[in-house]
Design a protein around this ligand. Structure first.
Ligand code: ZN
Ligand code: ZN
Length: 255
């Protein structure tokens, strides 16, 4: 049996998950995982003081603590808070394009199988809007890497465009390579996200060829399940399990 990879992306009831930190701490023995709740999150994680309490509470329970930092939305974290976290997952959940905030909620619900139809399919079929989303996505990821020093890019190719169908059609290869290059040159790990089923196989193969680091993130909001689907995605793309993060950020290379 192969050793179990560390699952960095797990929610608790400190944001929109259904499981308490106490109960999350009990399942670490089943397979290794941390917790990484949304920041910011409404009244539960509204500011950095709340993040500090979250880190303290989860650490006392023996959990490794990360955060799912809302790229393009979250205020910058102080150096001390970032350093107190084992890792920061940066992820995009909506995108400001031409002054309008494009929400990805229904696309996410559709991709996860909770909606039968994607209600805004016609709108996102517009190639001009698609191009703007693709370019804006790269800019927001670059800011997260440079300004916020994220360690992991969460659900990397998820967007409203994913809900349109074949990712090899909606994400041009040159765009995929630019996104991969942002991650590889900065040492940011590419998350294999089980909930959204991203990135797709071809993206993962390209990322591996470029020398990327990877990270497991089931992104569960419910009880812990086996890593079967993630293991299948990894095997399918032939990823090297030695290239995966193991519950903390890579220490900065000297110089
Ligand atoms: Zn997310
Ligand atoms: Zn998440």
């Amino acid at each position: 049996m192969t050793s179990q990879l560390f699952d960095h992306h797990i929610h608790s009831d400190r944001s929109d998950g259904t499981v308490s930190l106490e109960d999350r701490a009990k399942t670490v023995a089943i397979r290794p995982h941390g917790v990484s709740d949304h920041y910011p999150w409404r009244d539960k994680l509204p500011n950095e003081d709340a993040v500090k309490r979250y880190i303290d509470d989860a650490t006392k329970l023996g959990l490794r603590v990360g955060i799912e930092y809302d790229l393009g939305v979250a205020p910058p974290l102080s150096r001390a808070t970032r350093d107190a976290l084992q890792y920061v997952i940066g992820a995009i959940h909506n995108l400001a394009v031409d002054g309008e905030l494009i929400r990805y909620d229904d696309a996410g619900a559709f991709v996860k199988g909770r909606l039968k139809e994607f209600p805004r399919r016609d709108r996102f079929a517009d190639p001009i809007l698609q191009r703007k989303i693709l370019e804006r996505t790269l800019a927001v990821v670059a800011e997260g890497i440079e300004r916020d020093r994220i360690d992991i890019l969460g659900h990397p190719t998820f967007s409203a465009l994913q809900a349109l169908g074949d990712p090899e059609q909606v994400y041009p290869e040159e765009w995929q390579l630019r996104l991969i290059d942002l991650c590889v040159t900065s040492g940011t790990a590419i998350e294999v996200n089980e909930s959204y089923g991203v990135p797709h196989r071809e993206f993962l193969v390209r990322a591996a060829a470029a020398g990327a680091l990877f990270s497991v993130g089931t992104d569960t909001h419910f009880s812990l399940k086996p890593l079967d689907k993630t293991d299948a995605m990894i095997a399918d793309a032939g990823l090297d399990r030695a290239r995966f993060l193991a519950g903390s950020r890579m220490t900065a290379s000297p110089g």
